[in-house]
Write a protein that binds this ligand. Structure first.
Ligand code: MG
Length: 348
């Protein structure tokens, strides 16, 4: 009998296969402008962006955030990377009996504060309490809706000044050769912060999670215009994101190792643990593909935001290679493979 394994929920290639076999096959998956089958960050249905995410992070509290911050930021970001303006969220909690009320208050305060920061409202929800052993403490699911904005209309017009573009929203399939890739900041912090805090790993680091809503930063980029695709490098990290784009957009991608921002503390933690920072999940970063004509202006607008101070151009889409290639520090070339599983499970 087939049994579901951890790697099938890890955001890498196994998860993609798993979703195709168990989910897409059983459902009508082509409804909407960006349908379920696109496996993008949100669906676009009747002109509205719609997404959902469940949060099972372990531990619930970690350096730089908690499950409450994550459950709002993650869903806000999945709407924002479609170019949508997040409007409202649902929040459903599954709570294990015996869960400390004080912790629940803390988490609810984080949810409230993060929603305020992102300028979204929680408008509906659900609570269930289950017996001990049924789950591990607390799980949260949030769904969200987002709408079109003038900035998004402007963005798409700007793209069309420079090339043919059949889409009305930035999405994973819309990257084309020549597009410049911008990272909004240093990668790897969230996964390393979770790992460093988990029992059993016993190493100390000052790395904090980057979990935060990115809708205001993304809005600044859309106002400049020319953005063709955006994605948050969550499970599977940057390596997974670039491979998803390359695959769905049928375009090669080249990135330069020296231009990918990674904090020294993250680098040394990854080295010690034998994991690739490119495969580590982030919760407050976005990768932006933009037409070359407006790339510098988009970069400047993002760097003007406090969340985007370390933003950099990390590479571009190209016809010159197949898949994803990284030019290394030493001048060599390395194929960036999609991660099979996740080096750090249950980070979100
Ligand atoms: Mg996402």
């Amino acid at each position: 009998m087939v049994k579901i394994t951890m790697s099938q929920g890890a955001g890498g290639e196994r998860m993609q296969e798993f979703i195709r076999e168990f989910v897409l096959k059983e459902l009508d998956n082509d409804f909407g402008e960006i349908p379920l089958a696109a496996l993008d960050d949100a669906a676009i249905v009747e002109g509205i962006a719609f997404t959902t995410d469940s949060y099972t992070v372990k531990p619930l509290f970690f350096p730089g955030g908690d499950i409450g911050v994550l459950s709002v930021a993650g869903t806000v970001n999945d709407l924002s990377v479609m170019g949508a303006t997040p409007v409202a969220l649902s929040c459903a909690m599954i709570i294990q009996e015996g869960f400390p009320g004080e912790d629940l208050h803390k988490i609810m305060r984080s949810i409230s504060a993060t929603a305020k920061k992102a300028d979204v409202r929680i408008v509906t929800g659900d609570t269930k309490v289950v017996e001990k052993g049924a789950i591990d403490g607390l799980f949260i699911n949030t769904s969200g809706i987002g709408r079109r904005s003038k900035a998004l209309d402007h963005d798409i017009r700007e793209v069309r000044k420079h090339r043919r573009f059949k889409w009305n929203w930035p999405n994973d399939s819309a990257v084309a050769a020549g597009d410049v890739l911008i990272a909004s900041g240093a990668i790897g912090n969230h996964g390393v912060a979770i790992l460093s805090f988990r029992e059993g790993y016993g190493f100390e680091t000052t790395v904090k999670s980057d979990a935060m809503p990115l809708n205001h930063l993304i809005a600044a980029g859309l106002k400049v215009g020319g953005i063709t695709a955006m994605k948050d490098p969550t499970r599977g990290g940057l390596a997974n994101l670039l491979n998803e784009w390359s695959d769905k957009s049928k375009v090669g991608i080249v990135v330069r190792e020296e231009d990918i921002p990674i904090d020294n503390a993250v680098l040394s933690a990854c080295e010690m643990l034998g994991i690739d920072p490119l495969e580590v999940g982030n919760e407050g970063k976005v990768i932006i593909a933009v037409v070359p004509e407006t790339a510098e202006a988009v970069l400047k607008a993002i760097r003007a935001r406090p969340e985007g101070k370390k933003a950099r151009i990390i590479g571009e889409a190209t016809k010159e290679v197949r898949g994803v290639m990284m030019e290394t520090h030493t001048g060599g070339k390395r194929v960036v493979e999609p991660p099979v599983g996740d080096p750090v499970p249950r980070i979100c």
